[in-house]
Design a protein around this ligand. Structure first.
Ligand code: MG
Length: 225
């Protein structure tokens, strides 16, 4: 095994960058009107979240929520509502995470896999708990993952200090050269490299082109990891 531990980004690295924009967000937008209209029959959590917007007229409430989404507002109530609606979508099987098959294999094969994503740890666990299997079922690969990090646990992904903190947490502070961080974002890779972590640039369909790609070790698949 070339690396003692793997630290993986999610979007653009182990699943298509379009998943959030083209699946999760439209799923939420499509659900909002019916959730608001039938708010009386929703779970207490949803009722409580909706009431926190302080808008009694249902059409106005729907429009307000959709407006926040359209404007990409980082509203904490909206974020909680989205997380809850997505959780229900995952558990009902309506949403499955399109993790690349070779990424699933790598995660299963390597004994020490960690995730570092700007999406919350909760959202990460939901995603890996409902991965689209090759037969159309949804599979839980969380048991294959040793730990999860996000911007709350570890700091921003473009800060070198975040990677020092992760190295410490995974017991690799003295051996950063045995840790591989995979991401589609060169700025994240540069930050990890500053603390001695080995980096790999994920080149997957739909990722933004990286102008100085030749400065990085690139991976178009993970068969060798
Ligand atoms: Mg990414």
């Amino acid at each position: 095994m070339e690396f003692a531990a793997l630290v993986l980004d999610i979007e653009g690295t182990v699943c298509p960058i379009s998943f959030v924009k083209e699946t999760l967000f439209p799923y939420f937008v499509a659900k909002v009107p019916s959730i608001v209209q039938s708010s009386e029959t929703q779970s207490d959590t949803i009722k409580d979240l909706l009431s926190q917007f302080n808008i009694t007229d249902k059409d106005a409430l729907s429009a307000h929520i959709l407006g926040l989404v359209a404007a990409d507002k980082k509203d904490p109530i909206l974020k909680q509502l989205q997380g809850y609606v997505w959780a229900e979508g995952y558990s009902s099987g309506e949403i499955k995470a399109p993790v690349y098959p070779d990424a699933i294999d790598m995660i299963k094969r390597h004994p020490n896999v960690y995730i570092y994503s700007s999406g919350s740890v909760n959202a990460q666990k939901l995603l890996f708990g409902h991965v689209a299997g090759s037969d159309g079922s949804s599979i839980d690969i969380n048991p294959e993952i040793k730990g999860y990090f996000d911007i709350n646990t570890s700091g921003a992904k473009i800060d070198a200090s975040s990677y020092s903190s992760i190295l410490k947490d995974i017991g690799m502070a003295d051996h950063p050269e045995q840790v591989l961080f995979l991401s589609d974002n060169p700025r994240e890779l540069d930050a990890a490299k500053q603390v001695g972590i080995v980096t790999g640039l994920a080149i997957r369909p739909g990722n933004a082109p990286v102008p100085n790609e030749s400065d990085y070790v690139t991976y178009t698949d993970y068969a060798k990891l």
